[in-house]
Design a protein around this ligand. Structure first.
Ligand code: SF4
Length: 248
């Protein structure tokens, strides 16, 4: 994900995940076999439930340069269309993020999406959009001017919650985190229920995302209609004995 000479701008939302991401990258920078720099930025879209100034001290202690941008178009959106959905909101955020990253001279943008986000997105897309997809762990912006990375792909929110709690990070929630009756909330509840009996559920789902059996799906682009060579067999159940990450 990170290469020699990269300047990584971390999308810092002030939630438990972004604290974990930033701390991880700061620590990694000191030990990695490649040289890279890390800076952080926050886009204020008018959804924080408290002032975000406490971030400044925490980031200063870690020597991280921080940029805070209030996104006026998002604030107007809140007034003009208070019931807007995530698609519009994230489009506005994306535009602001690219503009800030450009100003910061970054070539990489890191987001704090976790294993939970990957799994939820995988199920949400399969169940509600008719696609077998999740989030890209590494991809590029449309014009290919930024590499977009999600280093916490194998980190659960149980871990980020524990980390943020232990370090006393001043977590400031976004108003959306309190919303109920959403698809996201239903999927989260469903996971929580199944995980009572199957604690490695997310680990197995992540393994599944990297272990496609295209001949057992229905996408005609991948079906072997002419009797080609056999599809390689992998061992998906191995993950049940050896999870991709340890639940704390
Ligand atoms: S959850 Fe809230 S902040 Fe996040 S994309 Fe949706 S509307 Fe925007």
């Amino acid at each position: 994900m990170i290469r020699d000479g990269d300047r990584v701008a971390v999308g810092f939302s002030g939630g438990k995940d972004s604290y974990t991401l930033l701390e991880t990258l700061v620590k990694l920078r000191a030990r990695a076999p490649v040289e890279f720099t890390v800076c952080a930025f926050t886009v204020d879209q008018g959804k924080f439930l408290a002032p975000v100034e406490p971030f400044r001290e925490w980031l200063k202690e870690r020597g991280v340069e921080w940029t805070l941008k209030v996104d006026n178009p998002s604030l107007r959106l809140l007034t003009e269309q208070p019931d807007h959905g995530c698609d519009v909101c994230s489009r506005f955020r994306r535009r602001a993020v690219y503009a800030i990253a450009r100003e910061l001279g970054a070539n990489v943008i890191a987001f704090g999406h976790t294993a939970d986000d990957f799994c939820e997105s995988f199920l949400r897309n399969a169940m509600f959009t008719g696609q077998l997809s999740a989030l890209p762990a590494v991809t590029y912006s449309r014009k290919r001017d930024f590499r977009l990375i999600r280093p916490l792909v194998y980190v659960t929110e149980e871990m980020t919650r524990g980390f943020a709690g232990e370090t006393g990070a001043p977590v400031i929630p976004c108003g959306c985190s309190l919303k109920t009756g959403t698809v996201r909330r239903s999927i989260r509840d469903m996971f929580a229920e199944i995980e009572k009996e199957y604690p490695y559920l997310k680990s197995t789902l992540l393994t599944a995302m990297g272990n496609l059996k295209t001949s057992r799906l229905l996408d005609l682009r991948y079906l072997d209609l002419e009797g080609g060579p056999e599809e390689a067999e992998a061992g998906p159940l191995a993950v049940l004995d050896e999870p991709a990450f340890t639940e704390s």
